[in-house]
Design a protein around this ligand. Sequence first.
Ligand SMILES: NC(=O)C1=CN([C@@H]2O[C@H](COP(=O)(O)OP(=O)(O)OC[C@H]3O[C@@H](n4cnc5c(N)ncnc54)[C@H](O)[C@@H]3O)[C@@H](O)[C@H]2O)C=CC1
Ligand SMILES: O=C1O[C@H](COP(=O)(O)O)[C@@H](O)[C@H](O)[C@H]1O
Length: 253
Amino acid sequence: MDDPVLLTGAGGRVGQAILGGIGTDHDWRLLDREPLAEKKLPPGTTQDDVYIADVTDRDALSDAVSGVGTIIHLAGDPRPEAPWGSVLRNNIDGTQALFEAAVEADVDKVAFASSNHAVSAFETDRRTPDIYRPESEFLLDGSELPRPGNLYGVSKAAGETLGRYYHDQSDLSVVCVRIGNLTRDHPPIDYERGQAMWLSYRDCAHLFDCCIRADYGYEIVYGISDNDRKYYSIERTREVLGYDPEDNSAEFE
Ligand SMILES: NC(=O)C1=CN([C@@H]2O[C@H](COP(=O)(O)OP(=O)(O)OC[C@H]3O[C@@H](n4cnc5c(N)ncnc54)[C@H](O)[C@@H]3O)[C@@H](O)[C@H]2O)C=CC1
Ligand SMILES: O=C1O[C@H](COP(=O)(O)O)[C@@H](O)[C@H](O)[C@H]1O
């Protein structure tokens, strides 16, 4: 197994979903630019395992990645409406710094938090809302070119391309997970798009556990629950990572 695992953006929603599900299964290092309250640390992890640093701080990153087997890289600006200055700094520069540090430290694997917004412009007026419904056969499978619907999506497509570059330049394994809509306890209400791309907290934790344990080269996969409504295929996620989701937004309708 590829422990210790560095989790960037550990204090956020995705980070906490992961730690809530598999917090006791790995030896963690947690990085965030904000301090992490005790309640955000899984059992067995202490403030000594926490790095309070910005991902654009290359010296701090070099310290945090030393001796690490796998990195789950979540830190960044998650807002679909985020302005260019913020995604350029936090998402693109930060992700480049992260991959560079990973290669320099001989890390084995990086799982990168990409997004549905890297491909959200596939949701044209002609296709929607039909593709959000169970009868639709329209499926993206990760082999399509990015088609971002906003500058945040552009930054995620850039992160995927940085991953491709660093994988090709070194033996770093990279999986880019195009995460759907992570919502705790139940799918988003009255929001068909969100129900089609719902990722439950337990499926999220299981998915990133698979990213730590599986063997891969370079992959782009979708990260959603096994929803009846879906326009993202999770076949590749199952095949390459062994992902076996338990939740389905249809069970809440
Ligand atoms: N929540 C969701 O449904 C989805 C999230 N994602 C991606 O997953 C990742 C995590 O998202 P969330 O947990 O929802 O966001 P969040 O805002 O809840 O958490 C992000 C965490 O990263 C930290 N952070 C932000 N910029 C940083 C920087 N420059 N250096 C160090 N730490 C920094 C923040 O302090 C925060 O704790 C993001 O990259 C986001 O784009 C992708 C698709 C869907
Ligand atoms: O990438 C992300 O996607 C989710 C879902 O997008 P939405 O536009 O349907 O809300 C979003 O909630 C999350 O904040 C973002 O990081």
